[in-house]
Design a binder for this molecule. Structure first.
Ligand SMILES: Cc1cc2nc3c(=O)[nH]c(=O)nc-3n(C[C@H](O)[C@H](O)[C@H](O)COP(=O)(O)OP(=O)(O)OC[C@H]3O[C@@H](n4cnc5c(N)ncnc54)[C@H](O)[C@@H]3O)c2cc1C
Length: 408
């Protein structure tokens, strides 16, 4: 039996604590907040998208950084294991649109309660309002931890302190300091799953406009790197919404100047079909001006911006629109460019990209390759994924692997 300290009572920490305790270890969770799961509480807009309905292969396709590292962990505790775990623990889940699992109760707090109950029933003890400040290491082996309240001896410590996004929940990057202090490399942290500040000022006029069923082509140095399909939203700073959040995770390590986002406002129509559709609309509305005619095709708010970009006055009668102008209009509708200035900050980023370098971590057990008895799980690691329940699944799978590997 080992004495195990779990540092951080979030998704990864609670799962790691439970998994270690069920193997007969003595486990203490140190949480600097007055309670566990402050971040879980705000997940999925308070409903917590616990995991995704997918096989491990599809899961790995949704991991942005270091999917290969996650292979062992996702097979050890898969999304379907996660669904079974919560269901069998008295928290039934329901499957919603887009493969997202939520608690039937629609309460994120129930996820924390369920995990805490599992821990308590397995003998885990909790120390709240106790911030861990240091790791103690002797001969490259973990020997204890120091908190603001004192020093404790432990055989093992599992660092589950999260990243640096939404720091008000307690994730303030403490785990990086612990890792560095014992010789681990930290991969630069960047905001991920966040909105994007855009160049220009056109977006101010579009604030509040949601574009549904559009395609977003992400280009870095004029090379298309990823295409997303779905919904986006114009805001006071630029753009946000599901496909923009996903794009942010892809571009967060590129020079903003090298990034171009191309929105296809009519992805269901090829350029030729869109041209034919315009010709038909123009023929049916010969005496109308362009601004009115385009209302059949586009949300009203974006029409003035489109007219400016293709340099056709809104008031121009459609029967006077030239072939060249129509070609330009089609081009703008299929390739509406957004120039990114920067990403929104960590205060608004759903996850942190970067963190403890996975090269120095055993992917089967999450144990440090530098310090024996020291483990890292969840967002503190250089792992992040798209939205859809994948990030919590990373926390649960890595937490499970670490805790479960402690048996002697
Ligand atoms: C607004 C929002 C919505 C989200 N929605 C979803 C969603 O629906 N589905 C999904 O899959 N993912 C979602 N995520 C991402 C997901 O919440 C995180 O990836 C996940 O919670 C990470 O878990 P973690 O345990 O690694 O870290 P955290 O949840 O950040 O937990 C870390 C814990 O460690 C504690 N701690 C830190 N330092 C110390 C210290 N020195 N001593 C003691 N304790 C310490 C913190 O107080 C905290 O409780 C969302 C994130 C945000 C911000």
């Amino acid at each position: 039996m080992s004495n195990v300290a779990v540092i951080g009572g979030g998704a990864a920490g609670l799962m790691a604590a439970y998994a270690a305790a069920k193997n007969g270890n003595s486990v203490v969770v140190f949480e600097k907040n007055e309670k566990c799961g402050k971040k879980i509480y705000i997940t999925g807009k308070g409903r917590c998208n616990v995991t995704h309905d997918c096989l491990p292969g599809e899961f790995l396709e949704n991991v942005v950084r270091n999917p290969k590292f996650m292979t062992g962990a996702i097979y050890a505790f898969s999304p379907s294991d996660c669904v079974d775990f919560f269901t069998e623990s008295g928290l039934p889940l329901k499957l919603e649109r887009g493969g997202r699992y939520f608690p039937v109760s629609d309460k994120a707090s129930d996820v924390t309660k369920c995990l805490e109950n599992k821990c308590k029933n397995s003998g885990v003890t909790f120390k709240f309002n106790e911030k861990v400040t240091e790791l103690q290491v002797l001969n490259s082996t973990l020997s204890g931890i120091t908190t603001e309240k004192g020093a404790y001896s432990f055989d093992k410590a599992i660092v589950c302190t999260g990243g640096v996004s939404y720091p008000s929940t307690g994730s303030t990057g403490d785990g990086y300091t612990f890792a560095e202090s014992v010789g681990h490399e930290i991969v630069d942290v960047k905001p991920a799953l966040c909105g994007l500040n855009l160049a220009g000022d056109f977006y101010g006029r579009l604030q509040g406009l949601t574009l549904k069923n559009v395609a977003l082509d992400v280009r870095i140095n004029d090379k298309s790197v990823k295409r997303f399909f779905g919904e986006m939203l114009f805001t006071h700073f630029g753009v946000s919404g599901p496909i923009i959040l996903s794009a942010s995770s892809i571009i967060n390590r590129a020079e903003p100047k090298s990034v171009k986002l191309s929105v296809d406002l009519k992805p269901a129509l090829s350029a030729e079909k869109l041209d034919m559709r315009l010709l038909r609309d123009f023929a049916d509305n010969k005496n109308k001006d362009l601004g009115n005619c385009l209302k059949n095709l586009l949300p009203a708010a974006i029409i003035p911006v489109i007219s400016e970009r293709c340099k056709i006055p809104l008031g121009k009668k459609v029967n006077a629109v030239t072939h060249a102008e129509r070609v330009k209009l089609v081009e703008i509708l299929k390739n509406f460019i957004l120039n990114v200035v920067s990403l929104r900050g960590f205060d608004e980023a759903v996850v942190t990209s970067g963190g403890v370098d996975i090269k120095q971590i055993n992917p089967k057990t999450m144990e440090s390759k530098i310090v024996k008895g020291l483990y890292f799980c969840g967002e503190v690691l250089d792992l992040d994924a798209f939205t859809g329940g994948f990030n919590l699944q990373i926390a649960f799978s890595t937490g499970f692997c670490a805790g479960n590997s402690i048996k002697d």
